[in-house]
Design a protein around this ligand. Structure first.
Ligand code: CP
Length: 310
């Protein structure tokens, strides 16, 4: 079985294949009746060990729109609270004969550990600081629909790069597709191995923004900080917040993105987050449902005795 643990190792044609597959679901989701029966009879389990609004709900909606039975494991009410290990939980879900398992976990690598123990495809819904592959794909889909072409596109990703699985998955997808990726962060929030990521690092946000086509803002992940020196919210906004004035340094038709959840008035001003025609933050959410439908449909083809992919 093949899951989606990360975008590392996916070839550009595999990423583009998944983006193309999502287009049909964007169209379906815009119809009054948004349901097909491709996954009828299949069971999908969502197991989220960390909080989520967008990813959990869009995976649930995606599975239901494809006709699957979708079950959300409520970690807070589960036997995880009685000390059951991750592996015992995985084996329990496996014995229930899930056809796909979607996992979010605070530890990098936890999703891979589960994938090694179960018989069905596992989809990574975000593991620690490692990857958030469906977010990388939905962001790439949003960019493709807005800009058409990835090669040479100037994309700025600004914020807490160090802790961001969203940044990692976006960097992997966008560099594979030929974009010119600039990452910008305070020194304490820039990964030490950034030079290996085929991106241009910046600490000066104004310099990073020059002529940018896409500006992607990330929040400070306070829950993952381990003593890094970071500016106060007011200083952070001054140095790294996206304001209307600052956005003027980017290309005149630059789009603004944010994976959510946003901290308005810290990394992004409200009037930028809501800028008509330029902010695609709600479009990202819409693309998230379609992209997750594509991933679930493609990854369960084998279980449905259809040709696998690629
Ligand atoms: N972008 C994202 O992963 O949001 P949630 O944490 O709400 O799922």
């Amino acid at each position: 079985h093949r899951g989606l643990l990360g975008l590392a190792g996916l070839a550009p044609h595999e990423i583009l294949f998944l983006l193309d597959e999502a287009e049909q679901w964007v169209e379906l989701n815009r119809q009054p009746t948004k349901r097909v029966d491709h996954l009828r009879g299949l069971t999908i389990i969502n197991a989220f060990y960390e909080n989520s609004t967008r990813t959990l709900l869009s995976f649930e909606i995606a599975g239901k729109r494809l006709g699957a039975d979708v079950v959300n494991m409520s970690v807070g009410q589960s036997s995880v609270k009685k000390g059951e290990t991750l592996i015992d939980t995985a084996m329990t879900l496996n014995a229930m004969r899930a056809d796909a398992i979607v996992i979010r976990h605070a530890s990098s690598g936890a999703v891979r550990l589960i994938a090694e123990k179960v018989d069905c495809p596992v989809l990574n819904a975000g593991d620690g600081q490692h990857e958030h592959p469906t977010q990388g794909l939905l962001d790439a889909l949003t960019i493709k629909r807005a800009k058409g072409e990835f090669v040479g596109l100037k994309v700025v990703i600004c914020g807490d790069i160090l802790h961001s699985r969203v940044a990692r998955s976006n960097i992997l997808a966008l560099t594979a597709l030929g974009a010119d990726v600039r990452v910008c962060a305070p020194p304490a929030l820039m990964p030490a191995d950034i030079e290996r990521m085929r991106v241009t690092p910046y600490h000066d946000f104004d310099a990073a923004l020059k002529d940018a086509d896409v500006v992607m803002m990330l929040r400070l992940q306070n829950e993952r900080m381990t003593g890094q020196f970071i500016p106060s919210p007011r200083e952070y906004r001054h140095l790294y917040g996206l304001s209307v004035d600052r956005l003027a340094r980017a290309a005149g038709d630059a789009i603004v993105m944010h994976p959510g959840p946003m901290n308005r008035g810290v990394e992004i001003d409200s009037n930028v987050a809501d800028l008509p025609g330029r902010s695609l933050i709600t479009t990202q959410v819409e693309m998230g449902v379609a992209m997750r439908m594509a991933c679930l449909e493609v990854l369960t083809r084998k279980a449905r005795k259809l040709e696998g992919w690629q």
